[in-house]
Design a protein around this ligand. Sequence first.
Ligand SMILES: [Zn+2]
Ligand SMILES: [Zn+2]
Length: 229
Amino acid sequence: MPRNWAALLLDLLFPPRCMGCGRRGDWLCPVCRGDLHPITGPLCWKCGRPWAGRDECPLCQGRLSALQGLRAAFFFDGPLRQGIHRFKYRGVRSLAAPLAQLLLPTLDALPWSFDVVVPVPLHPARQRQRGYNQSVLLAAELGRQRGLAVVTSAISRTRNTPPQMELSAAERQANVAGVFAGRPGALDGQRVLLLDDVGTTGSTLDACAMGARQAGAAEVYALVLARAR
Ligand SMILES: [Zn+2]
Ligand SMILES: [Zn+2]
């Protein structure tokens, strides 16, 4: 069955609901779409935070990181926050396609080139509990829509850590240090784009970038759907 027929059938059986307000009819109703907050305007070239200065933003200055650049499509609030919550914790896997759709403009405008997309891995215990890794689903959708290579076997998460949102910046960094292991040679000489749903301070992405380096990556960048303000 062609994919669009399958999608049509699924829509008939399970009519889409707005990821923000739950209204039936579409994955994102016009009201909630208008309530998204894309991150635009002058940005720090490194971390992608709004920043009108010439060089890096103050948070990036003098900061060493295995991650060479980060971009986020939206601020993590309103309907998108609801949508990511449904996607991640309520088992609504079908949100992968509309959420990936929201990422496309930022993906297409990235100021760097890359060879492979690597979704940030979950710890195996958490993945078993959830049944899936939301970042892998997002990466698969982006891969399908843009013909990108997606690699999921190069980096693993060796320690299960408390959710980052509840910690201070310093705690976050300590929380994730050394949490990711790269399989040596798995990303040899590759330019890697890490992908995650939400970025908070970037500590998880930093740690994951170290894993990518361990796997041999030559350059490491990251893209997230949403970042905390
Ligand atoms: Zn809505
Ligand atoms: Zn910055």
